[in-house]
Design a protein around this ligand. Sequence first.
Ligand code: BGC
Length: 420
Amino acid sequence: MTELQHFPSNFLWGVATAAHQVEGNNTNNDTWFLEHLPGTIFAEPSGDAIDHYHRYREDIALIASLGFSTYRFSLEWARIEPEEGHFSVAELNHYRRMLETCHEYGLTPVVTFHHFTSPLWLLAAGGWEDPATPERFARYCDRATEHLGDLIGVACTLNEPNLAWLLKALGIGGEPAEHRGKVPLWSAAAEALGIDAAKVAPFQFTGSDAAFDIKLAAHRAGRDAIKARRPELMVGWTLANSDIQSTEGGHELADQVRREVNERFLEVSRGDDFVGIQTYGRTVFGPDGVAPAPAGAVTNQLGEEIYPQALEVTVREAHRIAGIPVMVTENGLSTNDDTQRLEYFKTALAGVESCLADGIDVRGYIAWTAFDNYEWIFGYGPTFGIIAVDRATQIRTPKPSAYWLGGVARQARERLSAVG
Ligand code: BGC
């Protein structure tokens, strides 16, 4: 694979997690609530997850021991602000201890302020279509940065604000407000919250024009709040950008989805310090919508074609359109064949190196994900982790891909320190 010569010395090599997928017992957020409703589309509830909330110290030590220099994780807003306007210093201190542990082990913490989950009170108040949400998000960013900002290495405001539009193109969620009452999960949510079904607007599944405006305003208000306290901190959001392609007859649809999901979000990222790119593969459109994986293609656990070449395309697209530094904040594969994962990383990294060789400013490569964890609506079935977790015993076991990728990270850093 790669000779590594194009990776700069300050390049961040890391792995990522998100609070709800690993912490366990996030009982106060909207996703936990949706997991337990009648008509839920979640395959199983998140439960204890991998108990990262209590085991973060050994987890961070393990990540560092593999050779990585960066750990991307998220703060759980519902823990920090369990009721609107009430901030928990004890929970902020929990995240402070996590950040201190990263520094102790030499890891740069890349902190995501919002990774899909919101406090349940926010959902009841109209969620990601409510005009007051940007201000609420900014207030939370302000309080969190006041308490934690001195230890944060890079800040991500919102994770994948554009995912709802990609999911909509794949037929998941994204119903317009007036149709939500007909969807069992949204009508159950409305009933339990005592609100109109048209007002049920969770982050991950709301892809309306109103949600675009609210998410963008929240990102900008959050970014400004963070930068007001730490002006020199790199702040951006992280986008779910698939390599959107077409076959005969699918051209127009592909162009439309690419525009709606990738391009317009990149255009409005222009004033940020960087944009996070999160790519897993390609999405191909034919005349009837999303085309199935080509005959004979090797697929992942979700039945999608394994296509690591996508990352180079989306990094180049981000550079071309946003014109700001790019950071790969997620990239990975759901498979139970770890050899496939390792090969996937090799191809994806070769793509990143080719971007660097062309002078594109890529700041880091953060793999998804450190540990097998809760894959949202799919439950614990898909395994994206480079470290396996036995959820009965909570024992962690690194897979060969963890040693390989951590080894590349270590080698790149050692090579550079030897050179200069
Ligand atoms: C999300 C992660 C998720 C991953 C794999 C991204 O959409 O940010 O939370 O687990 O992709 O599906």
